[in-house]
Design a protein around this ligand. Structure first.
Ligand code: TMP
Length: 226
């Protein structure tokens, strides 16, 4: 596997969207595409990706924890993230890899800030700590109407976790929150309609990735794209 070497930092790409928006499928497809092109990359999920963060994830998503304070929820997401950033993301970026993360701190702004109505300034401060100051180079927001997303959830046989069980009103606030967050940082965000064929979305994402990181991509692969 080729990577661009220790002297240059890798690229940090995140995927965002409400539950059942299709962002995880797209994160995986981008990862596979990079692998097929010989670009050294890693795929992570937030919360998760490390032993400790996965344990925190279990606490966060456990339906039995219905009494969880939104402030505790905020800090647990940040704790899981800080562990992942330090243990996994920083070393991978220092190694010149492309790090793809299924969710990052924009999820906290959308869910805990807009969804749970916590003070946005405090959420921002918490996000700086939880991400240890790391900012994504590129963020894909898969934009899907919450009603469509809820129908998708109903159709899948999987049981809802604690966050998914919170209902349509939370999802609607999260959806609006994401749009506001993306509008504030148009340079970093690519907003893509999630109401399209998986393959169509995949192609859009791949083209945006290649255009944004053209020099990096050609350096990492040294050949035509596959
Ligand atoms: P996932 O379904 O993408 O794996 O994410 C798990 C759930 O956690 C999802 O419902 C969104 C929620 N979440 C937050 O509420 N705040 C956060 O900061 C993150 C990363 C996820």
């Amino acid at each position: 596997m080729i990577n661009v070497g220790k002297e240059s930092r890798g690229k940090f790409v995140t995927f965002e969207g409400i539950d059942a928006s299709g962002k995880s499928v797209q994160a995986k497809l981008l990862y596979q595409r990079l692998q097929n092109n010989g670009v050294d990359s890693v795929l992570l999920r937030d919360p998760g990706a490390t032993r400790i963060s996965e344990r925190v994830r279990d606490i966060l998503l456990d339906n039995a924890h219905e009494e969880m304070s939104p402030w505790a929820e905020l800090l647990l997401y940040e704790a899981a993230r800080a562990q992942m950033v330090e243990e996994t993301i920083f070393p991978a970026l220092a190694d010149g890899k492309v790090v793809i993360c299924d969710r990052f701190y924009d999820s906290t702004t959308a869910y805990q800030g807009y969804g749970r109505s916590l003070d946005l300034n405090l959420v921002k401060q918490a996000n700086t700590i939880g991400s240890i100051g790391l900012v994504p180079d590129l963020t894909f927001l898969i934009d899907l109407d919450p009603h469509v997303a809820i129908e998708r959830m109903k159709k899948s046989n999987r049981a809802n976790d604690r966050m998914e069980s919170a209902g349509i009103e939370l999802q609607k606030r999260v959806f609006d929150g994401y749009r506001k967050v993306a509008a504030l940082e148009p340079e970093r965000f690519s907003v893509i309609s999630g109401d399209q064929e998986i393959k169509v979305i995949e192609k859009i994402i791949w083209n945006i990735f290649k255009n944004k990181f053209e020099w990096f991509f050609s350096l990492a692969t040294g050949k035509e794209d596959r």
